[in-house]
Write a protein that binds this ligand. Structure first.
Ligand SMILES: NC(=O)c1ccc[n+]([C@@H]2O[C@H](COP(=O)([O-])OP(=O)(O)OC[C@H]3O[C@@H](n4cnc5c(N)ncnc54)[C@H](OP(=O)(O)O)[C@@H]3O)[C@@H](O)[C@H]2O)c1
Length: 231
């Protein structure tokens, strides 16, 4: 049986690279994207590489869209071996917490954290013992590192992601399902920009490793470069 994975926000950037690396390992890819045209283009690109990839429309900020995506995936896959919450936004206007509008705060938290939690809630019936649940977090969400003064709402959304990971790891632990947060580092994508220090291959590596090779008996941890880092 082919292993299967759902990756949110997988039409470009780190999500697409995770899809490419898992596709190369023979996994069945459910490629989540909110924009159907971009999703289909990414699906076609993976299929051209010879991989088993299917686009599924999913806007993680919209609960109905998550439920519709679940209905599609459930029709074809009885199980997900990995669920990777990768979709995320970092808005240009996100410069000061004192000046952040309620709409900006709402949108960033909904997309990066609350929506990601809802994806796990909705897709939970497809998770079995040994399935892995991963969240792309960020060093910006760390509670122990320095506060950088950049994108404060985005950083708080990732702190919330880390809290969600710890709580879900506890709840899903009884079902033998590891849950982890991954900090990809500063990666050259549309979000990270050209000046970033790391390639998408490096940014995707730890998530791919956690989905495929990480020990089953570890859960609720924050990782970078295949190593546990402090929250
Ligand atoms: N790049 C970095 O340096 C860096 C550092 C730390 C953490 N991360 C995290 O890594 C993840 C991937 O980032 P990236 O650098 O690959 O960013 P990216 O190139 O901007 O890609 C983000 C992806 O998320 C999708 N997305 C955004 N909002 C969505 C929504 N509501 N529903 C569904 N999909 C949505 C985007 O879709 P559209 O194409 O439709 O916009 C895109 O596919 C994010 O969670 C990010 O916070 C990145």
């Amino acid at each position: 049986m082919k292993k299967s994975v759902l990756i949110t926000g997988a039409n470009k950037g780190i999500g697409f690279e995770i899809a490419r690396q898992l596709g190369a390992l023979g996994w069945q890819i459910w490629l989540g994207a909110r924009n159907p045209e971009k999703g289909r283009n990414a699906e076609a690109a993976l299929q051209t590489m010879g991989f088993h990839a299917n686009f599924v429309e999913m806007d993680v900020s919209a609960p109905k869209s998550i439920e519709a995506a679940f209905a599609v995936v459930k029709q074809h896959s009885g199980k997900l071996d990995a669920l990777i919450n990768n979709a995320g936004i970092l808005l240009r206007e996100d410069r000061s917490l004192l000046r952040a509008s309620p709409d900006l705060v709402q949108l960033v938290l909904q997309t990066n954290a609350i929506g990601a939690l809802q994806v796990v809630q909705v897709f939970s019936p497809l998770l079995e013992k040994g399935s892995r649940v991963l969240f792309m977090s960020s060093g910006g969400g760390s509670m122990s590192g320095p506060v950088g003064g950049w994108a404060p709402v985005y950083c708080i959304s990732k702190t919330l992601v880390n809290g969600i990971v710890r709580q879900l790891a506890h709840e899903l632990g009884s079902r033998g399902i590891p849950v982890h947060a991954v900090g990809p580092g500063w990666v050259k994508t549309d979000m990270g920009g050209h000046g970033a220090s790391r390639s998408v291959e490096q940014g995707a590596d730890t998530a791919v490793w956690l989905a495929t090779d990480a020990p089953d008996d570890q859960t609720g941890l924050f990782w970078r470069d295949r190593r546990v880092i402090p929250w």
